[in-house]
Design a protein around this ligand. Structure first.
Ligand code: PLP
Length: 391
């Protein structure tokens, strides 16, 4: 584990290198095994080395990796059809990452504004949000840590508190140049923060009144993570734009920006593009992911596992002082402590469990959808033991 002096110091990795995985279990280079309750941050929803995904990738790799968006790409067309069927959106643009999917959404919103004659279009974004690390998406993020040192930031964003419909109505009264709102239906990096029931319906009404595009960042919440294909489907509403990445390729880098209705008509040839976006290999992986989630009925399973883990945590941590809140949606679960707890990550690793701590004091669990009941129970026991010993 000597590491390399030649890697840029953008990360501070834990002292472990994984060699291979199967399902929810990873093995390190010394043969020690770990239960993965993080899925590479909500990426490997089907677990590691899923046979259907591995097969799709290896078959595609031996046939054709890349041509270009100068030509038709069959896998891309198939994937767009599938994504629109499960989301009831109309059109898809494919990118290589979440940040790029959000860049597409931001550009789409600005172009929509210009087409309406708004010269300086503004997009509402919220406190505590995370939308990526490119200049526009770090500006959109509500976290000073990702912005500090990278000023000047990008213009054209207005910040509002998360989960506060009144403040958005207030902005509507006072700002004429708003064209869209970009918001996570549940904040991931920000600490598993949920919206009030009916918030999204109220936001839909406001956006309709104001002719704002309602743009949902489902990069972390999408692809079955919350027990529906997309988190908005827990509500009776529909976004105009939705971005995906993380779970879409189960580890193969792919992102997507989906649009519906008038938003789907904004981009015209030449407005936006990507060399790699939607290439035959990444789309083969994503097609296999969608097929597998359907065939294995993993949305219902994610809900069931989410309930099991939430119930277990609530039971075990009920009277523990220091545990401020336990909250979640499907398999996106946060346990908020009354103090920062970064050391829990290493302590869990020592016990063979991969977890994450975000927003300082929130233990974040994002286990794969293919977890067994026994593995779910193991996560509950280990996490509760660690927290009890810590607080
Ligand atoms: C991870 C994430 C992103 C950024 O995705 P990248 O692929 O790292 O660029 C954007 N939004 C949300 C909600 C995320 O969780």
């Amino acid at each position: 584990m000597a590491g390399s002096e030649h890697l840029m110091t953008t990360y501070a990795p834990l002292p472990v290198c994984f060699d291979h995985g199967a399902g929810a279990v990873l093995s390190d280079s010394n043969g020690k095994t770990y239960l993965d309750a993080l899925s590479g941050i909500a990426v490997c929803g089907l677990g590691h080395a899923h046979p259907a995904v591995s097969k799709a990738i290896s078959e595609q790799a031996s046939r054709l990796l890349h041509t270009s968006n100068l030509y038709c790409i069959q896998n891309q067309q198939t994937l767009a059809d599938k994504l629109c069927r499960i989301s009831a959106m109309d059109k898809v643009f494919f990118s290589n990452s979440g940040a790029e999917a959000n860049e597409a959404a931001i550009k789409l919103a600005r172009l929509y504004g210009h087409q309406k004659g708004i010269e300086n279009p503004a997009i509402i974004v919220t406190d505590g949000s995370f939308h990526g690390r490119t200049m526009a998406t770090l500006t959109a993020s509500g976290n000073r840590k990702v912005q500090a040192g990278f000023e000047p930031l990008v213009q054209g964003f207005i910040r509002a508190p998360y989960n506060d419909i009144e403040s958005l109505k207030n902005i509507a009264q006072n700002s004429a140049n708003v064209v869209a709102i970009l918001i996570e239906p549940a904040q991931g990096e920000g600490g598993i923060n949920l919206l009030d029931k009916n918030f999204l319906e109220q936001l839909r009404t406001l956006c309709d009144e104001q002719e704002w595009l309602l743009m949902l960042d489902e990069i972390q919440t999408g692809m079955g993570r919350t027990g529906e294909w997309f988190a908005f489907q827990h509500n009776n509403m529909h976004p105009d734009v939705m971005t995906l990445a993380k779970g879409l390729g189960n580890g193969v880098p792919i992102g997507a920006c989906l649009a519906k209705g008038k938003a789907a008509e904004v981009f015209q040839p030449g407005n936006h593009g990507s060399t790699f976006g939607g290439n035959p290999l990444t789309c083969a992986a994503a097609n296999a992911v969608i097929d597998t989630i359907e065939e294995q009925k993993l949305l219902a399973r994610a809900r069931e596992l989410g309930n099991r883990i939430m119930t277990g945590l609530e039971k075990n941590l009920a009277d523990i002082e220091g545990v401020k809140d336990i909250r979640g949606l499907g398999l996106m679960i946060g346990i908020e402590l009354d103090r920062d707890c970064p050391e829990l990550v290493q302590q869990a690793l020592d016990k063979g469990l991969l977890i994450n701590v975000t927003a300082g004091s929130v233990v974040r669990l994002l286990p794969p959808l293919i977890l067994t009941d026994e593995q779910a129970d193991q996560i509950i026991t280990t996490v509760c033991d660690l927290i009890k010993a810590f607080v």
